[in-house]
Design a protein around this ligand. Structure first.
Ligand code: SAJ
Length: 443
């Protein structure tokens, strides 16, 4: 069996290290976060990712060792974050190049380096290659170099690591062969290989851009449907019966660390983005639009209490990165930049629409999320469900958690002051809520 060092033990690195170890490789998991390393070394495997905890329990201390001091290995797999630089619409590649420099210290002839992080096209054969070659070894001649993106859905990572297809872009045939051999130890999907790492970086970005743009279409359809008094979700469901139509779901916005960011990476080396950029703005504008729907119904008097249910970026996860629910809270408080992708410059279209009265002095916005831990950086206090609903004039379901789908509308109505619910996640049984006396506004 081979030795592998995984750089970065986050949302992707940790499951990947666990899968590799579970497949019989000798894996070292390295992270600069010493607290995380210490926690894993203690055997604390608490995680919200299904099945990851069990897998970690099985491999930690056996085939998987966690360390803050990486060492030599036959494979170096880099899974570090690539955030956006504030207000510059560019990827911050500091973590990638720093990990590359650490790999370079341990790199030996015959090793293979794999980059999994989502990056702007040209990163693997540009900045990463340069820093790796600081070792004195040459990519292709002395060591293998590959880009192979993760494509897994947070919340289903273990299953998708195994089942999804794998893309491998190597600088030469031996690089591709070495990476394919490594991933074939657990991937059951197909392999798509090429000698163009940059093309694979591009493919990863257009996959997420497709989803972001499709959701923007759904969000625009939801707004148009509202103007016609039509339920957008019913309309989209009907439209999707056509064999070549697959419109995604509207919502309070597009969050997470991938979809709102990857289109920006795509635009880093091209001036040709137009539709993609507008789609991004459409999605960023949704929290303000939902705030406007509340204003339209309630006709702000100034002392309303709004309960936002769901601050996680999507259903059944606890992650709040770029969360539309948080942006909604900010939009309700009259923050004009609410929903804007971090790093994106302000544009004319960013001015929120239809939020008149939102942010008025007496408006109280409270929140509840069973999957999210309270943190002052959220900018809103998380209350237990009953406290959040108590005396509310409107309830907004911003995230499609199962717990919200299971809410009893009669019990909710006994707590709220008025019976108005905006179901931005499309999880409520509209008829049951209407029977319980609620005005229901579905997005
Ligand atoms: N959303 C909608 N409507 C939809 C689907 C999603 O509004 O129809 C929203 C969600 O509520 C959420 C956001 O979009 O706020 C993103 O959620 P997601 O489930 O679409 O995607 P992520 O960010 O959790 O994971 C994506 C996935 N990419 C694709 O499906 C093409 C995943 O496979 C990638 O591995 C991941 O990005 C990544 O790491 O790049």
């Amino acid at each position: 069996m081979t030795s592998v060092c995984v750089y970065g033990l986050g949302h992707i690195g940790l499951p990947t290290a666990a899968m590799l170890a579970g497949s019989g490789h000798d894996v070292t998991g390295y992270d600069v976060d010493e607290e995380l390393v210490a926690r894993l070394q203690r055997g604390d495997v608490a995680t919200t990712e299904p099945r990851l905890g069990e897998l970690l329990e099985r491999v930690l201390g056996d085939r998987l060792a966690v360390t803050s001091e990486p060492g030599p290995a036959e494979y170096h797999v880099v899974c570090v974050p690539t955030p956006v630089q504030a207000e510059r619409e560019r990827a911050d590649l500091t973590y990638v190049t720093r990990a590359g420099a650490t790999v370079a210290e341990h790199l030996r002839e015959g090793d293979t380096v794999v980059l999994e992080s989502t990056v702007p096209p040209g990163t693997t054969t540009g900045p990463l290659r340069r820093v790796l070659e600081g070792s004195g070894l040459r990519a292709g001649d002395d060591f293998g170099l590959v880009y192979s993106p993760e494509t897994v859905l947070p919340g289903n990572a273990i299953e998708e690591l195994r089942a999804n297809d794998r893309y491998i872009g190597g600088v030469d045939e031996p690089s591709v062969a070495a990476a394919t051999e490594l991933y074939a130890s657990f991937v059951e999907g197909q392999f798509h290989t090429t000698l163009e790492p940059t093309a694979v970086e591009f493919v990863k970005l257009i996959q997420n851009t497709f989803r972001d743009t499709n959701i923007a279409l759904a969000n625009e359809i939801a707004r148009i449907a509202h103007d016609y008094g039509i339920d957008s979700r019913d309309a989209i469901e009907l439209a999707n019966f056509h064999p070549r139509v697959d419109i995604h779901d509207p919502g309070v916005g597009v969050g997470g660390h991938c979809l709102p960011v990857d289109p920006l990476f795509l635009g880093q080396g091209s001036d040709s983005l137009d539709l993609i950029d507008r789609a991004r703005r459409r999605n960023d504008g949704m929290p303000a639009y939902v705030a406007g729907l509340l204003a339209e119904h309630l006709g702000w008097l100034g002392d309303e209490r709004i309960a936002v249910l769901g601050l996680a970026y999507k259903g059944n996860v606890g992650d709040v990165r770029h969360s539309p629910g948080v942006a909604l809270v900010r939009a309700l408080r009259g923050d004009a930049s609410a929903g804007r992708t971090p790093g994106r410059r302000r544009a004319r279209e960013d001015v929120p629409v239809q939020t008149d009265g939102a942010g008025s002095a007496g408006l109280e916005v409270v929140a509840h999320d069973p999957h999210v831990e309270g943190d002052e950086r959220l900018g809103v206090e998380l209350l237990p469900l009953d406290d959040a609903l108590d005396g509310a004039d409107a309830v907004v379901v911003a995230t499609g958690h199962d717990e919200f789908e299971a809410l009893d509308p009669t019990a909710v109505g006994e707590l709220t002051r008025r019976r108005f619910v905006v179901d931005a996640a499309g999880v409520l049984d509209e008829a049951a809520w209407a029977d319980a006396g609620f005005s229901v506004r579905r997005l």
